[in-house]
Design a protein around this ligand. Structure first.
Ligand SMILES: Nc1ncnc2c1ncn2[C@@H]1O[C@H](COP(=O)(O)OP(=O)(O)O)[C@@H](O)[C@H]1O
Ligand SMILES: [Mg+2]
Length: 180
């Protein structure tokens, strides 16, 4: 079994199955609170209250900083069945605390160097920048793909925007991945 440390989760990669566990991150929130408290003026108290009250799907919120690994696991569990052939299937999720995914083969890397050109060509750069800003991380990194049942698929699809993108452009992604 191999242990991989992702941005929000720890993956225990076995021969057939991969366990995904959220990384509970306390240092991020502590650093954020410290930075807010360092600010001048009374506005910082409002910022601090806002940081703790904001919902999980807002970046720079306490819940997002703390729970993003769990939220990513939730999304993968929810999206898996809808995105067949595009993503490596998630077979089981225990409340986002533990996910079980089929293991994909990463011994050969998927060449994704031209994937952005294809996406911009099909959907348009302006539309992508407007509707799906900062999605490049998810698509441009070969470590987010693996071969599953002989075909390249995404194995890291817990990001909110990537989920929205894949749902709205599933047919295009299916075709794109089958050509990789
Ligand atoms: N189903 C899987 N099969 C093989 N390796 C995996 C699988 N899921 C994750 N990994 C490995 O673990 C790493 C971290 O998992 P990932 O889903 O990317 O977590 P994060 O969202 O935290 O980045 C991946 O980059 C990959 O190398
Ligand atoms: Mg990742």
């Amino acid at each position: 079994m191999k242990i991989e440390i992702g941005l929000t989760r720890l993956a225990l990669v076995g021969r057939s199955y991969t366990l995904k566990l959220p990384r509970i991150n306390l240092i991020g929130p502590a650093r954020r609170v410290k930075n807010i408290l360092k600010r001048e003026g009374e506005g910082k108290w409002h910022s601090l209250a806002d940081y703790f009250a904001a919902p999980t799907d807002r970046w720079h919120s306490f819940r997002h900083d703390l729970f993003k690994g769990i939220a990513a696991n939730w999304r993968e569990a929810r999206l898996s069945a809808q995105l067949q052939d595009v993503v490596v299937p998630t077979r089981f999720s225990f409340l986002g605390i533990l996910n079980i995914q089929d293991t994909a083969d990463q011994s050969r890397r998927v060449d994704v160097s031209f994937i952005w050109g294809e996406i911009y060509g099909q959907i348009g750069k302006e539309e992508m920048d407007r509707d799906f800003p900062a999605l490049s991380h998810a698509f441009a990194h070969p470590e987010n793909y693996g071969f599953h049942e002989g075909r390249p698929k995404l194995l890291d699809y817990g990001n909110k925007r990537i989920g929205e993108f894949l749902l709205s452009h599933a047919a295009f992604m299916r075709k794109l991945l089958s050509n990789l």
